[in-house]
Design a protein around this ligand. Structure first.
Ligand code: ATP
Length: 339
């Protein structure tokens, strides 16, 4: 049943630990069925917010609403919420099926129904037929999916995921990002996903909240936070900020303000120019150039296919280059041109 109430609403949410203000006042609404990410550096308060939604942590101030109900003082088990942690926390002595049905057993669900629901949950995470195995006989990605199945089996309205892919290697991680997104779409449950990895957040989410020192610096679609960052911090955290301000802004943009041009929007031409190549970084499909502009800013340029007839990469360091970009690719920080 869908409601018009947001799945989660936080108002004036704060949490202090002694002198540390971990969460400094957060107002946020997450819609039913959304894939929502909380993105931010280590220590910015993401996990503490998640723990207050789950009920593991009592707010110092503020309110947590779930589907329109004030649950601020409710115990975790009274909330229609489940959590998947990074370390999976599977029981090693139980089979996969027993792990998945554990929560139902605690709730005294009859054996037959338990089995059926656990098998359906394993199917929803694309592990049908794996029920008889022990977790130790599965790969990291499979174990992660068992943990997901175990959290989904109670059919919670909201699933909280705290860096669930953090322990996986890059390849598996990228594969699981796509799968998680598909699973979320299939089951239609609201996912709140905590990560410090901007690519991950941009790839998977309907919307992203960017955390900065216990506050939300910006909430928006991946496109909005990348194309129209609200603050220099957001510009730098969800990409390479390439900030132009002060003299550099006056000379290169022609007016006052704080601006950014994303690395993939800059053209680099060899020859007499407006800067010098400080560093060349080869990264497979792309090459990154770090360029010191005469106007006094350091810019990163990403090139996809380096055409022939140019200097080799190793010859580029120290070369004079001209950086150019189109006006439409100049982002003015804090100004949303889309609206
Ligand atoms: P990470 O990505 O490293 O998990 P985070 O953004 O999730 O970081 P939190 O774990 O929410 O950040 O921590 C926010 C701040 O609160 C940090 O300064 C942290 O040291 C502090 N903190 C969190 N939990 C506690 C606690 N139980 N006691 C004291 N301080 C805490």
């Amino acid at each position: 049943m869908s409601t018009t109430e947001p799945a989660i609403a936080l108002s004036g949410l704060r949490k202090t630990f002694g002198a540390v203000e971990a969460v400094a006042g957060i107002d946020l609404e997450i819609a039913d069925g959304e894939f929502f990410s909380m993105l931010g550096p280590s220590g910015s308060g993401k996990t503490t917010v998640l723990r207050m939604i789950a009920g593991f942590e009592l707010p110092t101030a503020g309110t947590v609403w779930l589907s329109g109900r004030d649950v601020t003082r409710q115990a975790p088990y009274e909330r229609d919420v489940n959590t998947v942690f990074q370390d999976y926390a599977l029981f090693p002595h139980l089979s996969v099926l027993e792990n998945v049905e554990y929560g139902l057993k605690v709730r005294k669900v009859a054996r037959r129904e338990r089995r059926a629901r656990a098998e359906a949950a394993l199917e929803s995470v694309r592990l049908p037929g794996f029920g008889g195995r022990k977790p130790s006989a599965m790969s990291g990605g499979q174990r992660q999916r068992v943990a997901l199945a175990r959290a989904l089996v109670n059919r919670p309205r909201v699933l909280l995921l705290d860096e669930p892919l953090g322990a996986l290697d890059l390849k598996l991680r990228e594969q699981m990002q796509v799968e998680l997104k598909q699973i979320q779409r299939d089951v239609g449950i609201t996912f709140v996903f905590v990560t410090h990895d901007q690519d991950e957040a941009l790839t998977m989410s309907d919307r992203v909240a960017v955390f900065d020192s216990g506050r939300i610096a910006q909430v928006g679609t991946p496109e909005e936070v990348y194309e129209h960052p609200a603050t220099p911090f957001v510009a730098g955290f969800v990409g390479t900020s390439n900030l132009l301000r002060g003299d550099a802004a006056r000379q290169l943009i022609g007016r006052e303000g704080t601006f950014s041009v994303r690395p993939e929007k800059i053209e680099l031409t060899e020859g007499a120019g407006n800067g010098t190549v400080a560093e060349v970084i080869y990264a497979g499909p792309v090459t990154r150039f770090v360029v010191d502009l005469d106007a006094g800013a350091r810019m990163v340029v990403v090139e996809q296919n380096r055409r022939t007839g140019k200097s080799t990469l190793s010859q580029m360091r120290g070369k004079r280059v001209q950086l150019t970009w189109q006006d439409e690719h100049v982002i003015e920080i804090g100004v949303n041109h889309a609206s």
